[in-house]
Design a protein around this ligand. Structure first.
Ligand code: FES
Length: 117
């Protein structure tokens, strides 16, 4: 496994993404609820730059005529067709078998590293 330094912790704001080039790949780095996540900048649907999508919440399952909004700042919405992914798991909200390609993020002191298998 190879570790690549990507940023200082202070450079990544909570619920905002930063996109980095690592080994020729674009990787979006996110801080969600104090944890770090790295996702490849490719949507599994049709290849959009998913990390340029909005970080937001989503409509939750609810009864007819009810509207519940939740998971605020934990959803990444694809900019092309609006597919939504959980930033903490990479899973598509409807089809959990469809996932973003993720990488482990290691935090050492103030530095963040992305780990490639
Ligand atoms: S390319 Fe992402 S939802 Fe279609």
């Amino acid at each position: 496994m190879k570790r690549h330094w990507v940023a200082k912790k202070t450079e990544i704001q909570e619920n905002k993404q930063r996109i980095f080039q690592v080994q020729g790949l674009e990787i979006g780095l996110y801080c969600v609820e104090g944890r770090w996540f790295a996702w490849r900048n490719v949507c599994p649907h049709q290849g959009a730059p998913i990390c340029k999508g909005r970080v937001c919440g989503t409509r939750l399952p609810s009864l007819v005529y009810q509207y519940e909004y939740g998971m605020e700042e934990r959803i990444l919405r694809c900019p092309w067709h609006g597919w939504e992914f959980d930033l903490t798991t990479g899973e598509h909200l409807v089809d959990s078998g469809t996932k973003l390609r993720g990488y482990e993020v290691v935090c050492e002191g103030e530095d963040l590293f992305v780990v490639f298998p």
